[in-house]
Design a protein around this ligand. Structure first.
Ligand code: FES
Length: 309
């Protein structure tokens, strides 16, 4: 939290913010903070949401505030580049012996998909080159992540720099919120949640099937099974901790006591919701790890280490 003077440009003399101050301000006396904030902000635009805190200095902070945005940008870029490279590779996505299917190709719907990898069948015509085999799920999952409340904060700050960090001067002169046409799909996040929920169920099925395809047939466990299990747990953690899921569970209720089941679910989802950012990053890491492992096994680079059969 910042002092009200920085959060609300109009209140340039207020210093009654209730949360902790940035480290650079926290070391100063209240009088110094008030003087600093007052002297570094200027008049604002009165339109709703139209004003931005104007800092004459580049920043008021002395801590490593730039580290978060840099790491966020690197993390998102790594995931996007890796994901695009694998989706367009269109190979090494399926281990026939143990029925490992990478989540980047699930459900596999293209005519080129291996028949056993296609849970819901295949479209009858060959897709043009570079068309994702998981042609339905990938756009949904991409929109689910892009419109996620946490990721919005992450890329608005680190990539769009609006603002880069608290008490750091930003390059934008005005604020339009999410009212521009390009931003309106952000409001559809709740609908992408329903679709993503179904896809996570499909990923769970993909994870369970390989347990019944051991080396000799029947039940078996390999390292691939365990990696896929961890990935599905992370995906559920991310999906269920979604703010839309929390609202579905406990929103629009006048009385929790008359809806004990929804209240119980809401409290559990709320606990997960506190860790939504963590699940966001862990699920990205587990997706890439699962895909890389399956690609290495499918290409014959490594063999799956079997624990049982
Ligand atoms: S808020 Fe992040 S997935 Fe819904």
């Amino acid at each position: 939290m910042l002092p009200a003077a920085i959060q609300h440009p109009g209140a340039v003399t207020a210093t009654e913010g209730t949360g902790p101050l940035p480290a650079s301000l926290a070391r100063r006396s209240p009088q110094e903070v008030e003087t600093t904030v007052t002297s570094t902000t200027s008049a604002h635009d009165d339109r709703p949401g139209g004003g931005r805190a104007r800092l004459n200095q580049r920043t008021l902070r002395t801590d490593r505030w730039w580290l978060g945005p840099i790491l966020t940008t690197l993390g998102l870029a790594t995931f996007l580049v890796y994901g695009a490279a694998r989706v367009f590779q269109q190979d090494h996505y399926w281990v026939a012996e143990h029925h490992y299917l990478t989540p980047f190709y699930s459900p596999c719907l293209a005519a080129q998909c291996a028949p056993e990898a296609s849970l819901f069948g295949r479209v009858p015509w060959e897709l043009p080159p570079f068309f994702p085999y998981a042609l339905l799920s990938l756009p949904i999952l991409l929109l689910f992540r892009v419109t996620c409340y946490y990721y919005r904060k992450a890329y608005y700050r680190s990539i769009w720099q609006a603002p880069t960090a608290c008490a750091v001067r930003e390059p934008h002169r005005s604020y339009t919120g999410e009212t521009r046409p390009l931003m309106l799909p952000q409001n559809g996040h709740r609908y992408f949640f329903y679709a993503a929920f179904v896809i996570t169920v499909i990923n769970t099925w993909d994870m369970l099937v390989p347990y019944f395809h051991g080396t000799e047939g029947g039940f078996g466990i390999g390292v691939g099974n365990l990696i896929m299990l961890v990935n599905v747990l992370m995906l559920w953690g991310y999906t269920l901790s979604c703010h839309s899921c929390r609202h579905i569970m406990g929103g629009r209720l006048r009385s929790f006591s008359r809806n004990p089941v929804r209240y119980w679910a809401w409290t559990r989802i709320s606990t997960l919701n506190h860790r939504h950012m963590l699940f966001g990053w862990l699920s990205i890491a587990s997706l890439m790890t699962t895909d890389a492992y399956i690609a290495l096994v499918a290409s014959g680079t490594i063999t799956d280490l079997r624990i049982l059969n």
